[in-house]
Design a protein around this ligand. Structure first.
Ligand code: C2E
Ligand code: CA
Ligand code: CA
Ligand code: CA
Length: 275
């Protein structure tokens, strides 16, 4: 038993080392990237099923690394949160998204992801107000997406912040709904405008382990709470048909478009909404 344990330890150690080293590299590079403007935003359309038109775009952060190419936000956002870079990075995203969206047609909104750390930071409401003022984007055209972890970490502060944001006319969405810890009834205590149904539930629609009943329940919950429901990760016509039949309000996914660079936004709007 002793030998086995030692073997396991030896196997484990270099792997840990490599992980820590990789993280250290990301850390250093992230700090440099913010200064070097190595980030950009790509935009994925959100499609409104009642009007059959694109009603907005979600801004998704992209990092063009000098040697590694494009690094996924799933990899660097957690590091940015840990090293305290998420607040300046998140504020850069807010400014850039509001600037770029201010040039889009008036009916088109922009949705910005806000990390839990940034959401409860002292500067969020000021940063949002400044981004709106400097870009000229009306508050009603900005949506902020936050995840359930915010509610769990600090429910009291969350409610106060949500109300301040509403004062600016901004809408707030609960992102990745169903993947976190909060219960269905918990959602009722917070003034969200929208629920985004996580793509893991959309993926298995109609499948053998069908999640249809979950999707139906969330859409029903949204209706009874007066919240819009948006399904993420829609890739097939069959998923779209089910979501339409269940009364989902909005859909988003590769079926419509992958996230595109800002210069392609007008073409995506033309393609779906006409000239
Ligand atoms: P998210 O907010 O849930 O964003 C949706 C993710 O699903 C995006 O991945 C998008 O490219 C991907 N996606 C869209 N349609 C489909 C589809 O039909 N099928 C599949 N399989 N995937 C689809 P992405 O861009 O890699 O972003 C990953 C996550 O990183 C985001 O998840 C969000 O949590 C985070 N993130 C991205 N940008 C930002 C940001 O500016 N700030 C913060 N705090 N987080 C961000
Ligand atoms: Ca999101
Ligand atoms: Ca999501
Ligand atoms: Ca609805």
């Amino acid at each position: 038993a002793k030998l086995e344990a030692r073997g396991a330890f030896r196997f484990f150690e270099p792997e840990m080392d490599a992980r820590i080293q990789a993280r250290r590299l990301v850390e250093q590079d992230l700090r440099a990237a913010l200064a070097a403007e190595a980030f950009e935003l790509h935009y994925q359309p959100i499609y409104d099923l009642a009007s059959d038109r694109i009603c907005g775009f979600e801004a998704l952060l992209r990092w063009n690394h000098p040697t590694r190419g494009r690094v996924s936000p799933a990899e660097f956002i957690p590091v940015a949160e840990e090293i305290g870079l998420i607040v300046p990075l998140g504020e850069w995203v807010l400014r850039r998204a509001c600037d770029e969206a201010s040039r889009w047609p008036d009916g088109i909104k922009v949705a910005v992801n806000v990390s839990a750390v940034q959401f409860t930071s002292a500067s969020l409401v000021t940063a949002v107000r400044d981004a709106l003022r400097n870009s000229g984007l009306p508050g009603r055209r900005l949506e902020l997406e936050i995840t359930e972890s915010v509610l769990v970490a600090n429910p009291g502060a969350t409610t106060a912040i949500l109300h301040s944001l509403k004062g600016l006319g901004v809408r707030v969405s609960m992102d990745d709904f169903g993947t976190g810890y909060s219960s269905l009834s918990y959602l009722r205590s917070f003034p969200f405008d929208k629920i985004k149904i996580d793509q893991s539930f959309v993926r298995d629609l109609g499948g053998p382990n069908g999640t249809d009943f979950i999707v139906r329940a969330v859409i029903g919950l949204g209706d009874s709470l007066g919240m819009t429901t948006t399904a993420e990760g829609v890739e097939t016509e069959a998923q779209l048909a089910t979501l339409r039949a269940e009364g989902c309000d909005e859909v988003q996914g590769y079926l419509f478009s992958r996230p595109v660079p800002v210069e392609d936004v007008p073409a995506v709007i033309r393609r779906w909404n006409g000239a």
